[in-house]
Structure formats: structure tokens, C-alpha cells
Design a protein around this ligand. Sequence first.
Ligand code: PMP
Length: 358
Amino acid sequence: MSQRKINFNAGPATLPVAVLSQYAEAVMSYGNTGMSILELPHRGKDFLNIIEESKALVRELCGIGNEYEILWLQGGGRMLFSMIPMNFLKAKGAAGYIDSGHWAAEAIEYSEHYGATHILGSSKSSKYNHLPSWPSAIPADLSYMHITTNNTIYGTQYHSMPTANVPLIGDMSSDILSGRRDYSKYAMFYAAAQKNLGTPGVALVGIHKDFLAQEAGHQPPMLSFKAHVKENSILNTANVSGIYCSLLMLRWIKAKGINNIEAENARKATMLYDVIDASPLFTAHVPDPAHRSLMNVCFTAKNAATEQALLDICNTNNITGIQGHRAVGGFRVSLYNSVTEADTALLAQLMRELETKS
Ligand code: PMP
């Protein structure tokens, strides 16, 4: 087996070794079923138990109750970009979106296929290097307002969320369960799993029953939240092993505790932002600390030689996944829950060493 890398990729992201080894065991043999998790029937009681435990854990960790339906869907984040306007953008109504980054803009594009889509704030003109200010007035007749709580590519994050006077939908793909949040502010929240919650192709949805009741239109069942709720996320052949991996992640998060995870995430991000801010070699993409993401630390090097030097030193130290998204360039270090403090400290130290060498 090749040596395991220190992996700062934005997603698919690194997973805890403890989760990987439990998953590996289940690939060979799941419980006492005499089968691999990859072979487990999606309509059997073993998978139903996985669904029920995972739903209970999501509610517990998010601090919400049965007023929210919990779904595991396929198609990742983009499927939800489509399903949200399809089901909730009312025929003569409009939806509001905050354009805070690449994924927010893509969600807007998807919504425009279905109906009137208003941009309630945007930071596009400054390369999304800050969060747009909260709209001073949100039209009360909007079907919903959509927000991206953490902007994976540009490295901004809402650290507190004002209350909206219309149903609020949060794309939490890159910061779900990364700290304490008031999930009850959301009519619906969702997350592609491949960052804090498991593997690609699985998406978690929490949807308030009152909002679900507003689902309109006549979508085919696969594209209807109500249909997925009715079938308890087993409408078709479910992604059994992917959802099991998410369950293992939820158990791991519970064992660590959200408060500890939040504190650890803050310490990791501080390690890197401190080095960047003190260094003449690097510049943070997001100047205002209040807008900076604790999950994705984005920065550029002052020149091409420094950029190459950091890539080289990371390569020598078995570190991967620090290159920025092609839209921004430079570097992006993703510090999701599974990234350890020790690995983050190593990267911070290497960045400091570059300075003394230069
Ligand atoms: N939303 C956010 C915030 C993301 O970071 C991503 C992917 N990185 C997506 C949506 C899209 O997810 P997917 O690739 O599963 O469609």
C-alpha cells in the first residue's frame, strides 16, 4: 500500500482513518449479514437501520426535531441546485439568491432555468473576496432566499446568520457540522457529503415540514422532495455504501463533540491565517478576518518562485491538495473536520520556513 498523503483537498476530502478502517471492514463483511456493505440490499432491515440511525444523528447534532424531514439524496449539490427551484419557485413568484461565490452563482444559473431569480447581494465584482452585505429589505413575497454558508472556492464563510423574513435555504456543503449553528433558522439546509460528511454522490437534506408542504409543481418522483420523504430516501436503489460512510462520519462527529470540533477548526484556521498575515510571501484572498472561512483558507504567493517553492516543499513532505481552484489560482487549503491539527501545524511550519529561506 502506498503511503497515505496529508490531504488538504476541497472535496472529495480526507476522511478520518478510524472511519476508513470501519468502512474497509464493512466492505469485506457488514456486521453479521455475511455480505459486504457494497452488496447490502437497499430494502432490507439492515439498511433501514442505517437510514434511521443516520437521521436521528443528524437531528441530534443539528439540534432539531421531527419538525424537519431528513433525506439522503443522490446527485450531489448540483442536483439540489435544480430540485430547489423546480419544487419551490412558485409559478408567478420569484426566488432570491445571495451571489457570494462560484457555487452560489451556479445555483443562481440553475434557478434561472425555472423562473424569476433575484440577486439580493453580490461580491462578484471584487472576486468574491468578502461576503455581500445582508440585503436591507428582502421582498416578503419571495418563494425563498438561498444562501451559501461557506464559499469553498473563495474562502468566505458566514459566522452568524441573520434571520430572514422569507424561507431561508442554506447550501452548507462545505461547512455542515463544522461548529455550532442554529439550524432552525433554515426552512431547508443541504450539503453534498464529500467534505464533512463522507463520499461524493450523496447529499444530505434537512427540510422543515411546513416548507415541504409548499412543494409545488408536478415533478417526476425522483425530482420531488415529497416523494423522497414518502419513500424514506429509498425511492430507488439507494447509495447504500455512501450513506453508510456518512453514518460513520456522523458517529465520529458525535464522539468528538461539536464544541470540540468547532474549537479545533478555529485553531487550525488561525494557524494558517496567522502565518499568511505575518508573511511577506503570501496574501490572503479575503482581507477581512470576519469574512474568512475556517474551512477553506485561500491565499496567493507574492511571486511564481514562491508559489513553486511551496508546492515543492509540500511535495517533499507528502502533502497534497493545496492548489487553489482554477478560478482563483494560488492556494486553497481545506481544513474540514477530518483534517488534524498536527497536519495543519506541519503546513504552517513549512510556510514559515519558506520565509526564512527566502
Ligand atoms: N455547493 C458547494 C458549497 C460546493 O462546494 C460544491 C462542490 N464543491 C457544490 C455545491 C457542488 O457539489 P457537487 O459537486 O456534489 O454537485
